[in-house]
Ligand binder design. Structure first.
Ligand SMILES: [Zn+2]
Length: 414
């Protein structure tokens, strides 16, 4: 499953070609929303010309479709709250079963869209590995779920009618179901609204009159697309803060799965395992993290399939490669919340995995973009050749726990 670095660079070639020509459109995109002040948010280490802006992405997707009319379909699956198109790109034959990857639900998590676009380009390359995948599967990609948040840039979508965040909310608990920016009128956290059955979401259950429908159009568009293409699984790519790797600790598992007689484990955690601030791990910084669905009501077979994906992708990513730094993927310290994509899509019956690529600097962008590229191709290939289904799911225990949060980049929760 090793992929040569040149294949990745070749796949990214289209992006590089557009980067110089795209700076004018990048600026115009940024200034589309004159009534929105948040564009003054500092870009800590990036500016728009250094990442794939919305118009470059659109141009590249349509070019890919035009150049490969037999193989590639670009669809608008919906639109953002501010009316920007949400695009999917599908590569393959209609008759084949499908798989799905989505990226950038959080607008300020860069390079995941670049990595997924490179997947699409590679699949059209005629490479034997691409052919093997497409022989048995169609690959659907939504490189950027949150084009509005990208423009700000910030984590949320943009919605002047969004309330402020419920202080009781948080990644590991439901609260009232209001997961939004700290200020009212900014936007929703898209990745808290992935309950396909809206009546099961805390926002609906607490405010049925105010929110009879899911108020986050980007999430709704993904759910509708999944209904339509019925992927066997979905992988959700994010960027995160940086954690040390802790090879020593043992994970007690989600609360619901624990032995009730083990009082210690129950006291320590409530549905998630936080990095232990007193334990520096072995002094090694992880390059990413993964997690499978932990919600109690997920079908056990769906959970097993998701674990098989985790093992498959990690095996591929950590394979030694002299061209790259050492790579290690830890178990993401995430919880059981049903509105998060990892749990929400699994509750709807799809295999579902979170992949988080750790923070870094602008100089690392190829290294960062390559990780979703490698992970997605490894998952798709193992699915296409059937090897995925023979993976021993107990091997998820090989993922070391996340140790101390070292804060290289502002922390971005799942
Ligand atoms: Zn994220």
């Amino acid at each position: 499953m090793e992929l040569e670095k040149r294949d990745f660079l070749k796949a990214l070639g289209g992006i590089a070609a557009l980067t110089t020509a795209g700076s004018a459109s990048a600026r115009s995109d940024r200034h589309t929303d004159d009534d929105f002040e948040l564009e003054d948010f500092a870009r800590a280490y990036l500016n728009n010309d250094d990442v794939l802006d919305n118009r470059e992405l659109e141009t590249l997707l349509h070019r890919l479709e035009n150049e490969n009319p037999e193989l590639v379909t670009v669809d608008q699956i919906g639109q953002s709250n501010q009316g920007r198109p949400l695009y999917s790109v599908s590569v393959g034959k209609e008759k084949n079963p499908s798989v799905l990857a989505i990226g950038q639900q959080h607008g300020d998590e860069y390079f995941m869209a670049e990595g997924l676009l490179a997947v699409a380009q590679f699949l059209t390359s005629g490479d034997p590995r691409a052919e093997r995948i497409l022989e048995n599967r169609t690959v659907h990609l939504v490189p950027r779920v949150n084009p509005d948040g990208f423009v700000v840039p910030h984590r949320y979508n943009i919605d002047p009618e969004a309330p402020e965040d419920d202080p009781e909310s948080g990644i590991f608990q439901g609260g009232s179901g209001i997961f939004a920016a700290d200020e009212p009128g900014v936007g929703w956290d898209i990745n808290r609204y992935n309950r396909h059955d809206w009546t099961q979401h805390e926002l609906y259950q607490n405010f049925p009159e105010e929110y009879p429908e899911n108020p986050v159009p980007e999430a709704v568009a993904i759910h509708a697309m999944m209904d339509e293409v019925d992927p066997e699984w979905v992988i959700d790519f994010h960027r995160m803060g940086s954690f040390m790797v802790d090879y020593e600790s043992e994970w007690p598992g989600p609360e619901w799965a624990r032995d009730d007689t083990d009082d210690d484990a129950e006291d320590e955690t409530e549905g998630f395992v936080p990095p232990d601030p007193n334990d520096p791990g072995d002094g090694y910084i992880g390059t990413g993290a993964m997690l499978w669905p932990l919600h109690e009501d997920v079908d056990p077979e769906i959970r097993e399939l998701s674990k098989q994906l985790v093992v498959t992708m990690r095996d591929d990513l950590i394979e030694p490669d002299d061209e790259l730094r050492r790579v290690e993927y830890v178990r993401y310290p995430g919880g059981t919340y049903g509105g998060i994509a990892r749990n929400g899509h699994a509750l709807a019956g799809y295999g579902s995995v979170l992949v988080e690529v750790a923070g870094g600097t602008l100089g690392d962008r190829l290294f960062r973009a390559r990780q979703p590229f490698d992970a997605m191709l490894a998952a798709a290939e193992a699915t296409a050749d059937g090897s995925l289904y023979t993976v021993d799911t107990a091997r998820v225990d090989e993922l070391p726990e996340a140790g101390t949060d070292v804060g290289i980049e502002e922390d971005g929760a799942e």
